[in-house]
Design a protein around this ligand. Structure first.
Ligand SMILES: [Zn+2]
Ligand SMILES: [Zn+2]
Length: 263
């Protein structure tokens, strides 16, 4: 079956886990394909290997969208930039756009301060974009549109909404506590990929539980909810049942390399 990327968004979860090393779950990353673009949301440890397993080469990534600077979301950023140089930089045919919330350019400068030229792409092959200080950015390319909004986790934390012109929309929460902004961004979205790091019985500030994620999905009118970013404490818990306390739409529990077509 050929997939029409002008009317649908392909979503592949590359990492459904956390900072806790796991053979089953890499740290946070989600690949989305829209039009001819491959957008990677977060680059936690293990992302590159999962990207290869999903059949996409490093040099085919067009956009790398970071939600915040915690290592479980950025740990593979430097190796990923470095990997663009092997076997030589000519394999990359179009620039890589790096995107993040307030302070992102400074974050990249500091990373370059450590790794120097090893993580610098050739001239014209890298574009860096930082949202305005309010965390709200609108960005359009190739028939799709990206919007960011600040969420409640770190000062630089933003969530992303990827939408096709006249087509579906997917929202990626990053890490957050309950957030009215996220509800607003996820209004009528076809898929909300939302962190639910902790079970209902063990909430922690700055993160969500399944029923909190479900509440936001209900308030937003999200048509489908995917929970992700599971700490090991989630392993033996019925997360769907907890989510059902607040949301009655379709619920999916993310697994590494799970693929969804959103149309
Ligand atoms: Zn975090
Ligand atoms: Zn995290």
């Amino acid at each position: 079956m050929t997939i029409d990327r002008t009317t649908g968004i392909g979503v592949t979860i590359l990492g459904s886990g956390t900072c806790v090393p796991s053979l089953a779950r890499s740290a946070c990353a989600a690949l989305m394909t829209a039009g001819s673009s491959h957008l990677l949301f977060d680059a936690g440890p293990g992302s590159m290997r999962r990207l290869l397993e999903a059949g996409v080469r490093i040099q085919e990534l067009s956009h790398l969208c970071i939600t915040h600077f915690h290592p479980d979301h950025t740990g593979e950023l430097a190796p990923l930039l470095f990997a663009n140089k092997y076997p030589d930089a000519s394999l990359r045919r179009e620039p890589l756009t790096l995107m993040g919330g307030p302070g992102f350019l400074d974050f990249l400068t500091r990373l370059e301060g450590v790794y120097g030229a090893w993580i610098k792409l050739d001239a014209g092959m890298c574009e860096m974009i930082e949202t305005p200080p309010d965390g709200r950015l609108n960005y359009a390319a190739g028939g799709w549109h990206l919007e960011t909004i600040p969420v409640r986790h770190n000062p630089e934390s933003v969530a992303y909404r990827l939408s096709l012109e006249g087509g579906p929309a997917v929202v990626y929460s990053g890490d957050t506590d309950y957030s009215e902004n996220l509800v607003q961004l996820a209004r009528n979205t076809d898929l909300l990929i939302c962190e639910a790091a902790r079970p209902d019985e063990q909430p922690v500030a700055g993160h969500l539980t399944p029923s909190m994620a479900g509440r936001m999905a209900s308030e937003a009118g999200a048509r489908k909810l995917m929970l992700t970013h599971f700490y090991p404490d989630c392993d033996d818990v019925d997360l769907v049942a907890q989510c059902r306390r607040t949301y009655d739409g379709p619920v999916v529990l993310a697994q590494d390399l799970m693929h969804l077509e959103v149309s």
